[in-house]
Every structure is written in C-alpha cells, then in structure tokens.
Design a binder for this molecule. Sequence first.
Ligand code: GTP
Length: 347
Amino acid sequence: MNTTPVATRIPVTIITGFLGAGKTTLLRHLLGAAHGRRIAVVVNEFGSLGIDGETLRSCGIEGCTDDDIVELTNGCLCCTVADDFLPTMRALIDRPNPPEHIVIETSGLALPKPLLKAFGWPDIRTRMTVDGVITVVDAPAVAAGRFADDVAAVEAQRADDPSLDHDNPLAEVYEDQLLSADLVVLNKTDLLDDAALGAIETDIARDVGRPVRVLRAVEGRLDPLVLLGVGAAAEDDLAARRSHHDGADEHEHDDFDSFVVTIPEQPDVVSFLRRLADVADRFDLLRMKGFGAVAGKAMRLAVQGVGNRFRHEFDRPLGTDDRSGRLVVIGRHGMDRAAIETALREG
Ligand SMILES: Nc1nc2c(ncn2[C@@H]2O[C@H](COP(=O)(O)OP(=O)(O)OP(=O)(O)O)[C@@H](O)[C@H]2O)c(=O)[nH]1
C-alpha cells in the first residue's frame, strides 16, 4: 500500500479502447472543456504517421501548447514501458512547472495492465496516482460482432471459464481493455438504438465482473469533472483487473500489422471515399487514417476510417507543392499489403 497521501501525487488518467473507438475525439473534447487546468497529454499510436498527436496539436485550444503533448510512436506503450514511457513520465513531473493532471492515450492495440503496473515502480508511485482507467467502447463495432469469437463453442466454454483464450485476437485486446476499466465510455451512441445499447451494457457488466460505471456518449462529450475525478488509485488495485496476459512476461502485437501508403492526387472527394470504403471492406481492414489531395483544392482532405465507416474534412492547407497523400493502414497480420496498396492507388 502506498503511504504517500493521494492528494500530493499528480493524478494520471489512462484512456484506452480499441482502434477507432473515439479516444482522440474524447481527449479533444476534454482538453477543450478543461477550463485552464494544466493538463499534459501523452499519446501513443500503432502506426508511424503520428496522426493523433497532429490532431491534438492543431486543436486550437487556448493554453494547450506543443510542449504539453508528448508523442510516443515507437511501438505500443505496453511493450515499451521501461524504455520510453517511464522516462517520459519522470521528465513530465520533473518540470519546473509540472502538470496538474496527466492524461495518457494508449494505442488502440495496447494492453493497459503492463502500463498500470509501471505506476507501482517506487519512484513513480510516490509521485503519481492513477486516477482512473477510462475504456472507450465503439458501440456499433461491438454490435456488429467485431470483438466476438468466430466459433460459438468458445463463447459457451467461456461461460464456465472467463479466462479462456479467444480465437479472435480482437476479442482479446477488447476484453483486456475492458477488464482494466474504472469507467467505461460507451461511445458512438448516435449510431445505435436504445435496445442495442442496453444489450451492450449488459454484456459489459458481465464481462467486467465487478461494478464499473458505464456512461453513454456521442463523440466522448462528457463532463471533465467526471472523466478526471474518478479517484480510483488503480495502482493499488491491480489484482482485481484480470487480463488474458496475466502471467506472460510480455506480449507482442503479432496479430496486427500497419503500414503507410502514399497515394496520388484524387480527382474528387466522392470517388476517393468510395474507394477507401471499398478497400476497407474487401480486405476487412480495421483502421485507416491520413489525408489526400483533391484536384483543384488547396486544402488537404483528412480522412478517418473505422472498418468501412469514414469521416472526412478539409482541415488545413497542404503546405507544400507535393500533391500526394498519405494513409496509415491497420489490419490483421498477413493482410495482402501489395494488393491493398495497389487498390488504394489505382482502384
Ligand atoms: N458517429 C460517431 N463517430 C465518432 C464518434 N466518436 C468518434 N467518432 C469518429 O470515429 C473515428 C475514430 O475516432 P478517434 O477519436 O480518432 O478514435 P481513436 O480511438 O482515437 O482511434 P485510434 O487512435 O486509431 O485507435 C473518427 O472518424 C471520429 O470522428 C461518435 O460518438 N459518433
């Protein structure tokens, strides 16, 4: 048990949740509504393009400076705890003017438990406390069966033994993230009806197996007082948070791959988006994000895809004469990279 009073330690909030669940969107809202509270953000992405850091940096929120956003792109936080993560945290709290609160956005494939364990390290636990693990859940992805096992029998067996491994690697990551939660944000509720949301809430309560608050949200729009005031001291409570990887020294993200594709200028928005959705469907991709140049437009078109659902906006000037775009593609290990690249470039 930690003897340093919680009140003197810097609170840390961990935001986790599967690829595309809405973590960055929630964080953006949180920073915008934080009313001058000095918050430092540590953001980690699977994929090397660093789109999330860029999204947050360009949020235009007063008081939210470049210095307050630290990006860790060398792999998932859960695998780089000692090398990257702990030095970053130490540097943040050793600043002459340390943050009042630190928010960590994990990559969509990170397992939160190894990260939580880091807060038990002696020099960290006397200076920080994990106020809460917030798990953002993509409600329509759950409803579509994205995280369900392929074989019904596994589901039946799990009723007897919840720790049984899955045959679907997505299910494993999703569940580990859920099992670590102090607060679950059921996001994208604009895309489902009340009955479907109720069914997901029932499943979440069953999966987590301990009382956890579940809040429905659209675009993660929740009161910062709720999000940043959980008061869980999660580092003291690790044993209650089961993981499919308990006992394993470490794990690797062998089940998933990511690469960056450079694409030529697009003739128009509609055909570009149609192509993206078509490629996501054909290759069953998990996530695509990046930007393209569209003929006749000085602004770049930012695109965000989760499964085959895409959002887009002309977000800023391209900045150079280079009219090519770049997309991060994330999918299951073994996806046909060459075919995907060709399909994205040539249709
Ligand atoms: N319809 C709908 N879309 C949402 C909502 N919240 C987020 N999105 C969209 O979902 C997509 C992914 O959102 P992000 O916030 O980037 O998700 P993320 O969890 O940070 O993604 P990764 O960092 O890649 O794991 C974006 O296109 C968002 O605009 C919501 O409540 N409703």
